[in-house]
Every structure is written in structure tokens, then in C-alpha cells.
Design a protein around this ligand. Structure first.
Ligand code: ATR
Length: 286
């Protein structure tokens, strides 16, 4: 029986223990007065679909209404739902599932979260700007459609494996609008961008920065989609070359707010939650 119990959600991934999503969604629930219980779901690498189905059908502690999905299951999550939003279809990856009785819905709120963080939190409008997106994996796939929706003058996708960038770009041609959209290798992606976004795992691996510093226009915004130590290498490099830097924490909170709105029909305020999250992580690292 689930009457009177909060609706349940979780972040599903492997690993998932580090995820800040339970903190963020608890803050949103408190702020909006929604009865929500949000936990973590560690899924076996070879058993994602089964773990999600089991979670969704568990009525023991309240109705399970949806989940967020993180690495490495975003492509599998997309394939699991019979219905999807247009932005999830473009990405072919999902970070949000809603367990509707008429059929599960897959969404991808990463890209809109990134755009909101750049435009609303960092105060950098993307319209008419030159944007470089480094990487062509799951993280870049979620970002490209919403970045194009923001009407940049140019968008270059640069990836070590050029064919993956070309594939991503080809899939997005129809939504590029007036933007000049192209796929390049990191060593051949031109220079002087207004916004440079790192969607690769290079900092995490301690690898060299894949692009030349010429990509950074003086005073440009350089954003790494990761946060904490995983973003540090890229951010230190960009700062040394005159960029304003930003980690992925704002994107994380903004994508969560979009997911919360999809599930609950109410959009939470993000500024105070982002500040509290940053403080929490800084306190932990001291
Ligand atoms: P995610 O879901 O986090 O995007 P992914 O799908 O495995 O993870 O994609 C990782 C991305 O980081 C890819 O674009 C990858 O480049 P390749 O497609 O050439 O593999 C990129 N990447 C990972 N390590 C890198 C490195 N050391 N230098 C440059 N790019 C790297």
C-alpha cells in the first residue's frame, strides 16, 4: 500500500554512491513542499534493465514514479522507454525516466541544464556566439541539441575519434537552424571561441588537454561538465590562458530542476540549492 507515503525516485548508475542528486532533490522537495523520497540505485553493469523494472514495480514504501540515470546507462535508459521527448530522441540517450502508466517516458535534461547554467547562472547568452563542444560521447550527445536551440552563430564538435563527432553532427543537421555546425578533430578545430565546453573524460583520466589554447578567445567562458578534481585540470589550463572558468555543478543542479519539473509539474528555484551544494562539497574537501 502506498497511500500517504511520498512518491519515490532514485538516481540509477554504477557507481552511484558519489551522486549529489539525492541532496539536490531533497532540497527541491523541501522548497516546493512536494512529498518526494529520492534515493540511490546501484545497478549491476550487466543488469540495468532488470534493476530498473524491479525498482519501478516496488510498491512497498510508496509509489515509484521515476528515476534519473547516470553513467554508464544513459543509452540503455533511452532504449528502455517506449516514449521519449524530442531532445532525448536527438541525443539517443536519457538521464530521466518517468514511469507513466501509459508507457514510460524518456527525457534528457542534461543539455537544457547546461544551457540554463551558461545563460542564466553564468550570464553568457549563446545567441550569435562561437561555441566549441569537445567530445562526442554520451555527455556531448545530450548537450548538442539544446546548445543549437540557443542559436549560436557557429558550433564546432571536436572529438579525438572524428567519425563519432561526424555522426553526432549529422544527426543534428535538421535542428542546426542558422548555426554553422561542423565536426573536427581537437587538433584542427580553429581558434577564438566565445564558449568552450569540455564534455570529455580527459581531466578525470589526468590526460593532456585535447585542444590547443588558441581555441580560447581572451575572456571566453570555459566550462567542464564535471566538477571537483575531475574538472580541475581543464579549468586550471583554461584560467592560465585567460578564460573565465566554470565547473559542471551548475549544470548538475539545473538538469535536476528540469527533471523535477517533468515529474512534479513545478519548477524549483536553483540558486540557493547550487550555493548549498557548493558549500557542502567544499566543506568535505577541507
Ligand atoms: P560520456 O558519457 O561521459 O560522454 P563516453 O560516451 O565514454 O562518456 O565519451 C567519452 C568522450 O571523452 C569521448 O568523446 C572520448 O573521445 P573518443 O570518442 O575519441 O573516445 C573523449 N575522451 C576520453 N578520453 C579522452 C582523452 N584522453 N583525450 C581526448 N578525448 C577523450
Amino acid at each position: 500500500m502506498s497511500a500517504g507515503l511520498p512518491d519515490r525516485y532514485a538516481v540509477a548508475g554504477n557507481p552511484v554512491q558519489h551522486s549529489q542528486s539525492p541532496f539536490i532533490h531533497a532540497a527541491f522537495a523541501h522548497q516546493t513542499g512536494q512529498a518526494v523520497d529520492y534515493g540511490r540505485l546501484l545497478c549491476p553493469l550487466d543488469g540495468f534493465a532488470e534493476a530498473i523494472r524491479r525498482f519501478a514495480s516496488d510498491t512497498s514504501a510508496g509509489r515509484v514514479r521515476g528515476c534519473n540515470v547516470t553513467v554508464p546507462f544513459k543509452f540503455e535508459a533511452f532504449a528502455l522507454a517506449p516514449r521519449c521527448t524530442p531532445r532525448a530522441a536527438l541525443a539517443q540517450a536519457a538521464n530521466t525516466l518517468r514511469f507513466d502508466t501509459e508507457g514510460w517516458l524518456a527525457d534528457n535534461t542534461d543539455g537544457i541544464g547546461l544551457v540554463r547554467d551558461i545563460e542564466c547562472n553564468a550570464g553568457v547568452p549563446l545567441a550569435g556566439r562561437r561555441v566549441l563542444l569537445i567530445g562526442a560521447g554520451g555527455a556531448a550527445a545530450g548537450a548538442l541539441g539544446p546548445l543549437l536551440d540557443a542559436a549560436p552563430a557557429e558550433l564546432v564538435v571536436a572529438n579525438r575519434t572524428l567519425a563519432k563527432a561526424e555522426n553526432l553532427v549529422d544527426r543534428h543537421r535538421a535542428v542546426a537552424g542558422a548555426a554553422a555546425l561542423s565536426a573536427r578533430t581537437p587538433k584542427d578545430c580553429g581558434g577564438g571561441f566565445d564558449v568552450v565546453i569540455n564534455a570529455t573524460a580527459s581531466s578525470l583520466q589526468g590526460a593532456d588537454i585535447p585542444v590547443d589554447a588558441a581555441v580560447l578567445r581572451a575572456g571566453c567562458l570555459a566550462l567542464d561538465m564535471m566538477y571537483g578534481p575531475a574538472a580541475q585540470g581543464f579549468m586550471d589550463w583554461a584560467r592560465r590562458h585567460g578564460a573565465t572558468t566554470r565547473d559542471g555543478l551548475g549544470m548538475l543542479v539545473e538538469q535536476a530542476a528540469q527533471a523535477f519539473a517533468l515529474w512534479r509539474g513545478v519548477r524549483p528555484e536553483t540558486a540557493a540549492v547550487l550555493a548549498a551544494l557548493r558549500e557542502r562539497l567544499e566543506a568535505r574537501s577541507r
